[in-house]
Design a protein around this ligand. Structure first.
Ligand code: 8YV
Length: 313
């Protein structure tokens, strides 16, 4: 590492493979390692030329304001909900995302959660592993094929989920800001979509307009046999309303990969039996994470050589 390499700021820990590569090519400063992050930014902020962050972390505008030479943010992920895009646009800061890389994995996880929840996979696995089959039998599970799936947000990930659901003979409906050129039924709002759905899958951005969109009203519309699946952002759900609905059986259950205060998962949620919880791993496959790593490096290299990120927004 020499100081002739461009200085970049890493906001939160990254996967070791990505961190190692960044260390080879850039003069890396790690904000999360600083005892005094404010003092550090005051001292070194002027030298920082680019930021690397994760989709689930973003970067605070108060930090950007102190980095006058930083005109590029490479996001390891596709979510930009924690970056002020008005600010970046106004200040000519390019923001790249790992576009089209994680779509299929995230859609795979949505269907995995749906099938695992409806077919009691975790309970059956525990039952079989414990040797309990020798003395007892199991409860029946619920069919997913042929049922109704409502997809909130029909972007690339929502569409990939819909294609998979079609293969399971499911009826698909969706909500989206604009009508899509698809044969699926479009609902006017999320409450209507919930009322349609056996499985309500959230594939929306975690933007301000979607904050706590899924509240008690939506959950009541989903109904006692309905299952909520979230692979989007925890902020899209009103968590207290969800916990109440799960405790009272207003809905059948929830399968969640994302939470409002990651990596903390609300203890009330963890105590419930009608949930299936995963720790934000929708894009966490070897294949996808290797491509995401290359994407971040290519974006930075291109930015420093040509002045342009390759998958900028
Ligand atoms: C990643 C994500 O898990 O793409 C996103 O926005 O949240 C996820 O794919 C995350 O960015 C890596 O920590």
């Amino acid at each position: 590492m020499t100081n002739s390499q461009p200085a970049i700021l890493i906001i939160q820990p990254l996967m070791p493979q990505l961190d190692e590569k960044l260390t080879q090519h850039f003069h890396c400063h790690r904000l999360y390692e600083q005892q005094d992050p404010v003092g550090f930014i005051q001292q070194h902020g002027i030298a920082i030329k680019a930021i690397v962050t994760r989709g689930d972390i973003g970067v605070e505008t108060a930090i950007l304001e102190q980095l006058p030479a930083c005109k590029a943010i490479a996001v390891f992920g596709v979510g930009t909900d924690r970056i002020d895009l008005d600010y970046t646009a106004k200040h000519g800061i390019q923001v790249s995302i790992t576009r089209d890389i994680l779509t299929e994995d995230v859609a795979d996880l949505a269907l995995t959660l749906m099938l695992a929840f409806s077919r009691n996979l975790v309970a059956y696995h525990q039952f079989a592993k414990a040797g309990a089959w020798e003395n007892s039998s199991v409860e029946l599970s619920t069919r997913a094929s042929g049922k109704r799936i409502g997809i909130a947000g029909l972007g690339a990930i929502g569409l990939a989920i819909a294609r998979r659901a079609e293969a399971f003979g499911m009826q698909v409906a969706y909500t989206a800001r604009t009508a899509k050129d698809v044969s699926y039924k479009r609902c006017d709002n999320i409450e209507q979509l919930a009322a349609f759905s056996d499985f309500l899958v959230l594939a929306l951005p975690g933007s301000a307009e979607n904050l706590q969109l899924v509240d008690a009203k939506v959950l009541t519309a989903l109904g006692k046999e309905g299952v909520l699946i979230n692979i989007a952002r925890g902020t899209v759900i009103h968590e207290a309303d969800l916990i109440t609905a799960l405790q009272q059986g207003t809905i059948k259950g929830a399968a969640l990969d994302v939470y409002p205060h990651e990596p903390m998962i609300n203890p009330a949620l963890r105590e419930l039996d009608n949930v299936l919880l995963t720790p934000h791993i929708a894009s966490a496959t070897h294949e996808t994470r290797a491509q995401m790593t290359s994407n971040v490096l290519e974006n930075l290299r291109n930015y420093f050589s040509e002045g342009k990120m390759i998958t900028a927004l």
